[in-house]
Write a protein that binds this ligand. Structure first.
Ligand SMILES: C[S@@+](CC[C@H](N)C(=O)[O-])C[C@H]1O[C@@H](n2cnc3c(N)ncnc32)[C@H](O)[C@@H]1O
Length: 168
């Protein structure tokens, strides 16, 4: 039902659907290794530029917590070495056709949850499945450097940033 294919817009591999999907369809879960932000940061320091293929997902909902969590407590999912088809879902600013829904499964502390993707509108067969990674393209301090966005959306935040920079 889903196909990994090579996109022609400079985004590398992507995921598309082979059949029409109505709005609200479950697509897949995002699977990856559970790491703390500190472990992810250390991994990134050790890996060479070519080795990284994925953008990690931050699990920051922490619904139950009253205090701010430190980097060695904050969790994320890294699909670089272990994952599923979700690792091929590319980013699209603002008008992506998937939304991620946190699903609490077995942990009562609400620190860890599963991430499930559903369609946010009807998606036609052969359309690329995209998800807004919620990247702040202005954030220079993020542990992972943002890529140059080629999403092609009229709402692209990276293109907007570049337009602003050329005006200054
Ligand atoms: C979760 S992976 C998606 C699959 C990836 N395209 C591949 O070939 O393995 C995320 C990576 O894909 C690339 N990517 C995703 N969305 C992009 C976009 N809108 N523009 C440019 N590159 C993108 C970036 O290199 C990003 O780190």
């Amino acid at each position: 039902m889903f196909q990994v294919y090579f996109t022609c817009e400079g985004k590398g591999w992507g995921l598309r659907t082979l059949k029409d999907l109505p709005k609200g369809s479950f697509v897949c879960e995002y699977v990856g290794e559970i790491l703390t932000n500190t472990e992810l940061y250390e991994r990134n320091l050790q890996s060479s530029g070519n080795e990284r293929h994925t953008y990690p997902v931050t699990l920051d909902a922490d619904w139950g917590s009253e205090e701010l969590l430190e980097d060695d407590e904050l969790l994320c999912l890294d699909a670089t070495y272990h994952g599923n088809v979700a690792r091929f879902i590319n980013h699209r600013c603002s008008d992506a056709n998937l939304i991620d829904i946190p699903v609490e499964v077995e942990t009562p502390d609400r620190h860890y949850y599963h991430l499930a993707f559903f369609t946010s509108r009807e998606v036609k067969a052969l359309e690329e499945l995209t998800w807004d990674y919620a990247i702040d393209f202005d954030d220079e301090d993020h542990p992972v450097k943002a890529f140059k966005c080629c999403c092609g959306s009229p709402f692209c935040r990276d293109a907007k940033k570049k337009r602003k920079a050329t005006l200054v």
